[in-house]
Each structure stands twice: as C-alpha cells, then as structure tokens.
Design a binder for this molecule. Structure first.
Ligand code: ADP
Length: 451
C-alpha cells in the first residue's frame, strides 16, 4: 500500500480524498494555487505544496509542477479527483514514465474512452448498444448532414473531445444543420483545442442512467448499480439519486451486465462510470464512459456501503477486489444536491465571495461533502460547486423528506446559492412522483410543467 498520496485537485473532492487517505493511514499531500492558500484542502492535508498562480493552467493543470511536488514530498501515487487532469492521458502517461502511480486507469484506456467518437466506435465493436448515429467522428459537415438525414431529425452534434455539456448542439431540422454544426465545432475548438465531431440521434425526453463500475488489475469487474442523473441544466447534473425509480431489478441487471461488458471490452481498470440514455420504451444506449471518480459518487456509496475512493486506492496499489457481484446489495435510497455559488434569478451567474455565516445540517443519514467554512472566500477562478448535500433513508419518499429538511436547515450567507432552487425542484409533484427526465429543469424554469 502507498505511504503517501498527492491529491492533484482542490475543493470538496480534494478534501474527500484526504479524508479517505487519513482513514487508511496514508499520508496526504495537497497541492494548491496561490489563491487557495487558505483553502480547506490546503489546511487539512499532512503536507501542502504551492504550485503556482490562481489560473488553473499555471497550477492545477500544470503537470510538471504537480509531478515536481510529488517527487519533492516523496508521494508515490497521485489521485487526480475529477476535472483538471483526471482524464488527461498525457498526465497518466507522464506518471507512468516517472514511476508514480496514477490512481485511475492507464493512459491508453483514458485515450480509448476520452475521445467520445472513438469510444462509440469501440462500443459498437464490442456489441454495446449506442445511440444511432455516425460510427466514429465525421470527416466533414457534408458527411455529418448525410448521416443526420439518414437517421432523421432531431439529431445532436457532439464534440469528440467534449465534456461538461460543452461542444454539443441539438439540431431540430436540416435547414439549421450547418449553422448548429459550426457553432458546436467552434465551441469545441475553443474549449478543447479539438474540433472533431460526431452525430447522434437526439433521444427525446430520456432518463440519464449511469452505472458505477469497479475493475481491478486481475480482470475482475463489478457494477455497483445505477445513478439517475436526469435532473440537468444545460446538460450538467443538478440532483442525482440512487437507485433510479425508472429501473426494474431485471433492467438493472441487464444494464449492469452491459456496463461490465463495456469495461471488459477495453480491459478497463479502477473506478469508472458507463453512461446511458434510457428512452420511454426502456431501451438504453451507451453515450460515454467517464474514466474517473464522478461528482455524484456519494449516492452509490450510501446505497452500497462501499467507499469508492478507498476502493480506487486499493485497486491502484494492485490489490484484488474483494467484492463479488453477489456481495453488492443496493438498499435504501440516496439523493445528492449540488450546492453551487450562483444566482438562479440572474441566469445562474456565479457568485463568488466570502461566506459570512454558515450552518451545516446534520443528523442520521445526512452527509455534506464540502470544502467551505465560515470566513472562507470562494475564489472566482474555479467551478461554482461549493458543496454536495447527500441524504440517505430507507426509501425514496423518506429520502426526499430528509433532503427537504436538510436543505431547510442549511444556511450559507454572504454569497448567492442555488439552495432555494434545489428546494423548489424537490418540492415539485412530478419530481416527487418520479415523473422526470432530462428536460425537467428546462420545463420547470419555463413554467411549462404540469403540477
Ligand atoms: P458530456 O460529456 O459533455 O457530459 P454527454 O455525452 O455525457 O456529454 O451528455 C450529457 C447530457 O446531454 C446527457 O446526460 C443528456 O442529457 C444529453 N444528451 C447527450 N446525448 C444525447 C442524445 N443523443 N439524445 C438526447 N440527449 C442527449
């Protein structure tokens, strides 16, 4: 087992990983940018190394500085968290070359799945159902349009390098194909430096259902059930829950087996998530695989009792998975609300600033993964997610009741947050009854939902 792990991240996920290390008796090293000198992860880790200025490209995205910090402190493994370098195959490769363990899959696997068009191609080869569309990336707008005309509108054009909901556009009609394609392509070029694109049928009102998998270095793969992440704004998740109300036991088994098959097809290792869209006829389609820990991993931890970060560390150290598929039981219900520093009434504009007053809810089955504390100043430089409020109870109804109670108790003053917005979503009859899909939030914001 590793003696010392460096965490190449910040915010709540860095804190989450530091805690896991501490519980396992592993020393932790934080890296931080100048603006994060008072951040919680900087303070909580056993050691902390400043790696540069606030701009992520000069600190949290600077591989050389991070690798230097690991060698100076004697850390033998790096956990990348999510975002930043977590899905950067060059980083994984650089660590492989420096004999530092990357807590995640190999650079080759990241490459295979990180390019979404390539991932589609591999999954088609492996016999995994994918959304109808181009086989891999398209070579021109003309070819893309030809495919769109063949599969029928609406379609969605997506960036091969895409992530975080960027670089994709829905095209309702062939007239607007060229313009939407070039807008998405431009966005992809700016955001990812890669303008390769692919095309998929746009599935109307689907559920976003993703499966958590764990794979060790000895060919053993298990799934830990699904997360329903259909509550999204601009293709970004807002509330996640496990299990999904839309999934029967039989469908869970089928989708879980498909997720395992997808992982095995690329000889995947460590934690990963296989994302599917589920249509109204209960048909499911692979959309992508995330080769890292996800923001929403706590809901899976709550319903399975398995600590995913610890499993990632154990797997990376070469230990075989002690879990058999038949050992994994899903019980009760968990919900996560992403708490963001943003103002929903101002178009969800980010709201950085100092937290003047803070009260965190507690009690049985309430978990808060956060890096905030009273007096902490949220910098404007990074993501606006400042906390994840997670609840666990015996069933969905009780979990919703518990989340509403916990949200009611949460006080964050000094900045704007989406707490009230989250409460309104949870309070909506359609959500309570489980009648929701990926279009829910947009309809909710446009007052188009029936009570
Ligand atoms: P990203 O990598 O940017 O997160 P994904 O491919 O995972 O992008 O898609 C994000 C979300 O966009 C999905 O959860 C879903 O809501 C929507 N989406 C993506 N592809 C389709 C599709 N073919 N049909 C309908 N919605 C889609």
């Amino acid at each position: 087992m590793f003696d010392k792990i460096l965490i190449a991240n910040r915010g709540e996920i860095a804190v989450r990983i530091i805690r896991a290390c501490r519980e396992m008796g592993i020393q932790s090293v934080a890296v931080y940018s100048e603006i994060d000198k008072d951040a919680l992860h900087t303070q909580l880790a056993d050691e902390a190394v400043c790696i540069g200025p606030a701009q992520a490209r000069d600190s949290y995205l600077d591989m050389k500085r991070i690798i230097s910090a690991a060698s100076v402190t004697g850390a033998t493994a790096i956990h990348p968290g999510f975002g930043f370098l977590s899905e950067n195959s060059k980083f994984a490769k650089a660590l492989e070359e420096c004999h530092i363990t990357f807590i995640g899959p190999t650079s080759e696997m990241i490459d295979k799945m990180g390019n979404k068009a390539e991932a589609r191609r591999s999954m088609i080869e492996a016999g995994i159902p994918v959304v109808p569309g181009s086989e891999g990336k398209v070579s021109s707008v003309e070819q893309a349009k030809e495919i769109a005309n063949k599969i029928g509108y609406p379609v969605i054009v997506k960036a091969s390098a895409g992530g975080g909901g960027r670089g994709m556009r829905i095209v309702m009609h062939s007239d607007e194909f060229e313009s939407q394609f070039s807008t998405a392509q431009m966005e992809a070029k700016n955001a990812f430096g890669d303008n390769s694109m692919y095309v998929e049928k746009y599935i109307q009102n689907p559920k976003h259902i993703e499966f958590q998998i764990l794979a060790d270095h000895h060919g053993h793969v298990v799934h830990l059930g699904e997360r329903d992440c259909s509550l999204q704004r601009r293709h970004q998740k807002v509330i996640e829950e496990a299990p999904s109300k839309a999934i029967t036991k039989k469908l869970r088994q089928k989708m879980g087996e498909t997720a395992i098959k997808a992982a095995k097809a690329i000889e995947y290792r460590n934690a990963g998530t296989v994302e599917f869209l589920l249509d109204k006829d209960q048909q499911f389609y692979f959309i992508e695989m995330n080769t890292r820990i996800q923001v929403e991993h706590p809901v899976t931890e709550m319903v399975t009792g398995i600590d995913l970060i610890k499993e990632q560390i154990k797997i990376a150290s070469g230990k075989p998975l002690f879990l058999k598929q038949s050992d994994i039981e899903i019980s009760g219900h968990a919900i996560e609300c992403r708490i963001n520093a943003e103002n929903p009434s101002k178009g969800f504009a980010p709201s950085p600033g100092t937290i003047e007053q803070l009260h965190i809810p507690g009690g049985n089955g309430i978990r808060v993964d956060s890096a905030m504390y009273q007096g902490y100043t949220i910098p404007p430089t990074y993501d606006s997610m400042i906390a994840k409020l997670i609840v666990y109870d015996k069933d969905r109804k009780s979990a919703i009741g518990k989340m509403k109670s916990a949200i009611g108790e949460l006080i964050i003053q000094g900045i704007d947050t989406n707490i009230d917005f989250q409460y309104d979503l949870l309070n909506h009859k359609a959500f309570i009854e489980g009648r929701y899909d990926t279009s829910f939030i947009e309809s909710f914001l446009n007052n188009q939902l029936k009570a």
